[in-house]
Design a protein around this ligand. Sequence first.
Ligand code: 3NM
Length: 214
Amino acid sequence: MNLYAITGSELLAPGVSIVDSVKAALRGGADVIQLREKQLDGKELVRIGKEIKKVCEDTGALFAVNDRIDVALLCQADMIHLGQDDISIDDARQLVGSDMRIGISTHDVTESRLAKIQGAHYIGLGPVYPTSTKKDAKSVVPSEEIKNIRQAVDIPIVAIGGITLSVVDELIQLGVDALAIVSGIFATDDIEKATQLFRMRIDQAKMRKEMQLK
Ligand code: 3NM
């Protein structure tokens, strides 16, 4: 996982569909797509989710569904993403079986440790910067805490919240594995290009980090 694009249809230019926006993000190099459309009903989510699953499969990207285990199962998603207030990872595992990966939002070391112990495949850590995309986002996770979480867990850390090109290098240096982005990708005029720029920055930052470690 490197670049985790989360759908945001309310941010799209007029006339651009969710599936078209996802296709553009995939062309730009997103390797995970999460369907997160809180305003859509279940039927619409399943319809769109099945289409996204297909385009992800065609490009080798992973498909994640936010919150809705029922939708994830019906669309044969690769991953389900849970919040701290959703059902437990244990209970989710019983519903989704052994194949589907489970990710969970965390905010600090304690939640991140617990996520790892409970069998989460990755944590979505945020917000790492202020964001207006999620109205009920918590306070910003300080850089020190990100470092502590990196020390505390060995599962992938996906940073989220207010991520722009200018903070990519810093986040990778702090030990984050992947970046999850909504507005930086989907609120732009050229989704493919915006995604490509993020992907290039991430790849470069990871390469730089590798070199330092050697
Ligand atoms: N979850 P943008 S922040 C969906 O902190 C979401 O858990 C967050 O959108 C969290 O890239 C967020 O536009 C929104 O800031 C991220």
